[in-house]
Ligand binder design. Structure first.
Ligand SMILES: [Fe+2]
Length: 187
């Protein structure tokens, strides 16, 4: 028999730095990408070879992604971070992505590059199958445990664009890096 014991975990919502200054450039760089759809998502680079040159990604890391991860690392009292696979998804009218989760990563993240209607933000379920209630708008980045099921429901009339990435936060171990003291819980 397996018991379930409730624990608390969190979903994080942050603002992309200087979002308004970067939105148009990122959309322009994404528009240069070859048109590849995946399942019911209108356009994505998920299926493109990892060696394909992604200018939008270089720009995203430099201006938004890296600073977001540094800020969240400080909030989580971690010592380092890394980003795994990163990809974009564009949703035209009716385009959607069914429930799924992400393996081999602690967190997954969604940056709302274009979200004209917040009703179409990512739907996330907790471990009990309940939908998680949260507020986010265009320009926000959300971070949540990667095992949680999440989806994009069929999109409305206006295009939605997200940049998604998997990430981890790392804690230094050893005699000189006493993790317990960071959290002051004395155990
Ligand atoms: Fe996902």
């Amino acid at each position: 028999m397996i018991q379930s014991i409730n624990i608390s975990t969190k979903l994080y919502v942050g603002k992309a730095k200087d979002f308004k200054n970067h939105k148009d450039t990122l959309l322009e760089l994404i528009s240069l990408m070859p048109s590849v759809g995946v399942e019911n998502v209108s356009k994505s680079d998920w299926l493109l070879a990892s060696t394909f040159d992604r200018l939008y990604l270089t720009y995203f890391y430099k201006h938004i992604g890296n600073s977001y991860m540094c800020d969240l690392m400080v909030k989580l009292k971690a010592d380092n971070w890394n980003i795994g696979k990163t990809w974009y998804q564009q949703y035209n009218k009716g385009s959607h992505h069914t429930y799924h989760n992400h393996a081999k990563t602690n967190f997954t993240n969604v940056f709302y590059l274009e979200l004209p209607d917040t009703n179409y933000k990512t739907i996330i379920k907790d471990d009990s199958g309940e939908k998680i209630s949260y507020d986010a708008e265009e320009g926000d980045i959300i971070t949540f445990p990667a095992h949680l099921l999440h989806k994009s429901k069929p999109n409305g009339d206006k295009r939605k664009t997200v940049i998604s990435f998997n990430s981890n936060f790392l804690y230094a171990q050893g005699e000189n890096n006493d993790i317990q003291n960071k959290f002051n819980n004395g155990v």
